[in-house]
Design a protein around this ligand. Structure first.
Ligand SMILES: Nc1ncnc2c1ncn2[C@@H]1O[C@H](COP(=O)(O)OP(=O)(O)OP(=O)(O)O)[C@@H](O)[C@H]1O
Ligand SMILES: [Mg+2]
Length: 261
């Protein structure tokens, strides 16, 4: 085991995943190796269908039938667990439960008093203390995603998995939510793995940006982002990193196009 792997919180080694579609094998992920440090923020970008959600679902313990290893804190994952929280593109709140009931939903192990405290603390963390009694339909898209983030963090997971959490939001709300998640990460220091189609978002938030190749998904390149936060999207270094990532994408798109003709 390398020193980097030993110090890592989330370790993925030789991960392969195929699906059977119409009796043919579709290779979704091939030979994924990735070691993520405790408290690190890693962004993952890649074209549609390259296996980003599959990778997050495997880490979350929601997929079986893969080869390779995924370890958290040194232990091999075996199904879903409270050490991992997940936020999806759509908020997946339960419509007939209030905001606080939605956040409390996964918290069974505490007595009622502790439950209320923990739930309120997390709703304060995402700036929704005034909306504890609201129902999901009374919230905006950005507010609903904040509730989903609070729900994912309420069990103090070691790792928060974010699968295009801001994909359905308008551009301005999206930028606000990026600032919010940054603030939450700075307070909680949870290890974060963010899948996004938005390259600026990936650079704005990540300590590293993992670029995946098109199907079968492999780790094509990892770009470190060693810029102070909060990051200035128009700074020379930010633009330089954006160009580097776009260049990888264009190279990949040309390859896909060449295969198609
Ligand atoms: N349950 C499934 N059954 C069969 N094939 C699947 C299943 N889930 C994903 N796949 C296939 O695996 C590949 C990767 O899918 P995945 O959803 O992980 O991609 P993605 O990178 O998240 O795409 P997007 O950016 O569009 O969300 C695709 O070819 C998809 O068709
Ligand atoms: Mg996806």
């Amino acid at each position: 085991m390398s020193a980097a792997t030993a110090a890592s919180n989330l370790v993925i080694e030789g991960l392969n995943k195929s699906y059977q579609v119409n009796s043919a094998d579709v290779v979704a992920l091939q030979g994924i190796d990735l070691a993520i440090r405790e408290g690190e923020f890693v962004s993952i970008v890649g074209s549609s269908g390259c296996g980003k959600s599959t990778l997050l679902r495997i880490i979350a313990g929601l997929e079986n039938g893969y080869s390779g290893e995924v370890r958290i804190g040194g232990s091999r994952i075996a199904g879903p667990g409270l050490d991992r929280g997940m936020v999806f593109q759509e908020h997946r709140l339960i419509p007939w439960l209030t905001v606080e009931q939605n956040v409390a939903f996964g918290l069974n192990s505490l007595d009622n008093g502790q439950r209320d405290t923990v739930v309120r603390e997390h709703l304060e963390l995402v700036g929704l203390a005034a909306f504890v009694k609201a129902l999901p339909h009374q919230l905006s898209g950005g507010m609903s995603q904040r509730v989903a983030i609070a729900r994912a963090l309420v069990n103090n997971p070691q790792v928060l998995l974010l699968d295009e959490p801001f994909g359905a939001l308008d551009a301005l709300t999206r930028i606000q939510m990026q600032q919010e998640i940054l603030r939450i990460w700075e307070v909680e220091r949870t290890t974060m793995v963010l899948v996004t189609h938005d390259i600026d978002e990936a650079i704005f938030l990540g300590d590293r940006v993992v670029i995946m190749s098109s199907r079968p998904g492999t780790v094509k390149k990892i770009v470190p982002v060693q810029l102070p936060r909060p990051r200035d999207r128009s700074s020379y270094d930010f633009v330089r990193i954006r160009k580097e990532i776009y260049a990888e994408f264009f190279a990949e798109a040309e390859k896909t196009f060449a295969y198609a003709i």
